[in-house]
Design a protein around this ligand. Sequence first.
Ligand code: NAD
Ligand code: TYD
Length: 414
Amino acid sequence: MCVLDLRCIGISRLASRKPASPPVFLQCLHEHKTKKVTLLHPISEFEKAHSKAESMSNSILVTGGAGFIGSNFVLQWIENVATPLVNLDLLTYAGNPANLATLEDDSRYRLVRGDICDAEFVAAVLRDNRPRAIVHFAAESHVDRSIADPSDFIRTNVLGTFTLLEQAKLYWSGMDEAARRAFRFLHVSTDEVYGSLGWDEAAFSESTAYAPNSPYAASKAASDHLVRAYFHTYGFPVLTTNCSNNYGPFQFPEKLVPLIILNALERKPLPVYGDGSNVRDWLFVEDHCLAIRTVLERGRVGETYNIGGNSERKNLEVVTSICNLVDEFCPDDGSGPRKDLIKFVADRPGHDRRYAIDAAKISQELGWRPSVEFESGLRKTVAWYLEHRSWVQSVRSGAYMDWIRQNYEERVQP
Ligand code: NAD
Ligand code: TYD
């Protein structure tokens, strides 16, 4: 692996975004150097044929590849595809280069640290690496943080996506005809742009009207609209995916699934917002990464594809299932079942009631469907967190604990 540090461009802005400190990430390098992530999906025939034709310079550029979904995508890509991959990531609190430490010696992988809001920096990365595609994950992604302070969400998700689009369009315009035709910009988005469903309403399809409710969802909706506009106005070859809630290895423990696993393990209270009846559709992260590769290979330019796990669950069911799994993996020490730790806390303001995805389009057009049942994916995920305690330690910095205090102290009900 090669690490390029272009922090000389826009260094003051980078410093103010609190990237993960080197000592923290070095602590867990050792653990990940020795472990190879097991992937569910073997290399496809298409990728084998396509990969052999690639030259080393004909890379893909991924933004936000050190985050949760990005890390899983990078690992799956390098395991299955010969095309080199450049990872542009600012390494905010959510980005962790240790997730990709197994790629340290892989000459097909390169991490470039920097900000998608920095036009000069993005232009330099494109000029130096000449990617044939961009997969855009980089974002601020946590709804509760967007409620506490939306400003970073507007900056990264709206301004950052705009900056990336603009620089990518300039780069693409300078390509020869054949390269321009083959180029793709895949924008990774969320089902939250569609708003909230009633209990009996049909699942979100690609033609559902946008109705984002949280600052996070609104910032992603804005970015989706910009991506769409670049296709319609300039013919820039975009693809957009809108997926449901991901879960799996490497998820930062501020989101429901890892937070509950770790609290249950440590016998801390398990905070459930409201009455726990809100519904999310759960998508195993490796299934999502395979769907993105499928859309990148075969998706129709300018189209949107919804990606779902076909696993709607109430939050209380998810939390209870995690409790049962942790009880099974770490048998009772006399303290009683973990579900007794469930604590109903003040609800999230504007909490969306239900998300559900109609994934018929990607299934019928591109032949992708989720392969991991929620129960088996959750089992793998709990097992992963139990086996990676030093990773957990390394991501729980002082800033993480400050967030946990801020978010949950206010919620405790009298
Ligand atoms: P994450 O928060 O775990 O990771 C985000 C990554 O982006 C981090 O590595 C971070 O360092 C990087 N980043 C943030 N700001 C940046 C900037 N200005 N410049 C460069 N890099 C920057 O997010 P995730 O959960 O992996 O989500 C990835 C994408 O998928 C996001 O666009 C998110 O909106 C979308 N999505 C996520 C989910 C989910 O369940 N996690 C569901 C639907 C859609
Ligand atoms: P989260 O993982 O934050 O994802 P999202 O808000 O993008 O759906 O939350 C998933 C669901 O779990 C959501 O309905 C809010 C709820 N939740 C809790 O009940 N307790 C918690 O501590 C957290 C973080 C979330």
